[in-house]
Design a protein around this ligand. Structure first.
Ligand SMILES: [Zn+2]
Length: 183
């Protein structure tokens, strides 16, 4: 266990989980330069992603409505990167329907159609604007995290398409994660 241990006791970062309504909130744009709080949040998100064995994690999943996600799709799991104020500026016509899971909805899956290639525009932690092309798993992961920033969940998809009504009949609940949000 390389992560998750603090002073000898197992310390696990809690994630906001379905059916918490907080996951349906839209995240806000991040202002630069980043303040200490946001820098700490990014470190915290990275730690949570590894701890829960995810390849990506959005700020809303740890209780903050900020347009930030972290991702590491590498096998070595030592190449985390933060994407701030991300925006998909181009997407391929080719799509693929596949089942997708989410750390915020353990044990559940959605059948989601995603673009195979995307170009993402985003800011790095020092505020620099970058543009990069992503393929396959990374492209899918980014589209999943972008959905989180819009308050959408992969489990809300049906036959590949997004359906906000899918969980309408389901009771969503409020948790104390709300208190942490800086909206
Ligand atoms: Zn997710």
């Amino acid at each position: 266990m390389p992560t998750g241990r603090l002073g000898g006791t197992l310390f696990e970062i809690d994630l906001v989980k379905y059916p918490d309504v907080f996951l349906h909130s839209k995240s806000h744009e991040v202002k630069f330069p980043l303040d200490d709080k946001t820098e700490r949040l990014i470190k915290w998100m990275t730690k949570a992603m590894y701890q829960h064995h995810g390849i990506g994690l959005a700020a809303v999943q740890v209780g903050y409505l900020q347009r930030i996600f972290v991702m590491d799709c590498t096998r070595s799991r030592e190449n985390p990167k933060a994407y701030i104020n991300p925006e998909i500026v181009e997407k391929s016509d080719e799509t693929l329907r596949d089942s997708e899971g989410c750390l915020s909805a353990p044990g559940k899956q959605g059948d989601v159609k995603r673009h195979l290639r995307i170009i993402l525009k985003y800011q790095t932690e020092d505020g620099k604007e970058e543009r990069k092309t992503f393929y396959n798993l990374e492209a899918r992961c980014i589209q999943h995290e972008m959905d989180h920033l819009e308050g959408k969940l992969c489990i809300d998809y049906e036959k590949g398409e997004y359906s906000r009504d899918k969980h309408k009949s389901q009771t969503m609940v409020e948790s104390d994660f709300r208190a942490k949000s800086d909206t």
